[in-house]
Write a protein that binds this ligand. Structure first.
Ligand SMILES: Cc1cc2nc3c(=O)[nH]c(=O)nc-3n(C[C@H](O)[C@H](O)[C@H](O)COP(=O)(O)OP(=O)(O)OC[C@H]3O[C@@H](n4cnc5c(N)ncnc54)[C@H](O)[C@@H]3O)c2cc1C
Length: 105
């Protein structure tokens, strides 16, 4: 980075101008304003065995206690994957298609 003359942006972040630029308090303020999850939400309808009271779908993606309803998206992941979520989401959709075909063909 030195060889191309790169340097840290020297304009203070607008919400943190009250702190000395580069100080610990400045970076603390900066992190509070800018930290984000990068939007990979999962797990709001997690797949789990019946022994887990927080489980929403079974291992065929069927919503427990409701007939004719499946969930096939990232919400069924019990925990966020360690890699990106897009390919696992597509895989969940493919598995859902297989389960539906099994039941109706
Ligand atoms: C900015 C950003 C960058 C990302 N980058 C990557 C990446 O580089 N690599 C990667 O692997 N993953 C990435 N992801 C994550 C990936 O896109 C998601 O994990 C994946 O798309 C989740 O799939 P999903 O089917 O659960 O939800 P979504 O893809 O959000 O699909 C939900 C669908 O439901 C529809 N919908 C919502 N409400 C209703 C309703 N009431 N009735 C009918 N339809 C409805 C929506 O219109 C949408 O089409 C990124 C996500 C974001 C936001």
């Amino acid at each position: 980075m030195k060889s191309i003359g790169a340097k840290l942006h020297d304009k203070p972040f607008p919400g943190c101008r009250h702190q000395e630029m580069g100080s610990d308090d400045y970076w603390r303020c900066y992190a509070r304003h800018l930290v984000s999850s990068i939007y990979h939400p999962v797990g709001t309808c997690k797949m789990a065995p019946d022994s887990d009271p927080m489980g929403v779908v079974d291992n065929k993606l069927r919503v427990k206690g409701v007939t004719n309803l499946r969930v096939a998206d990232a919400s069924i992941m019990p925990l966020v994957t360690s890699g990106n979520t897009n390919a696992p989401s597509i895989m969940i959709g493919e598995r859902a298609a297989d389960f539906i075909k099994e039941d109706h063909l």
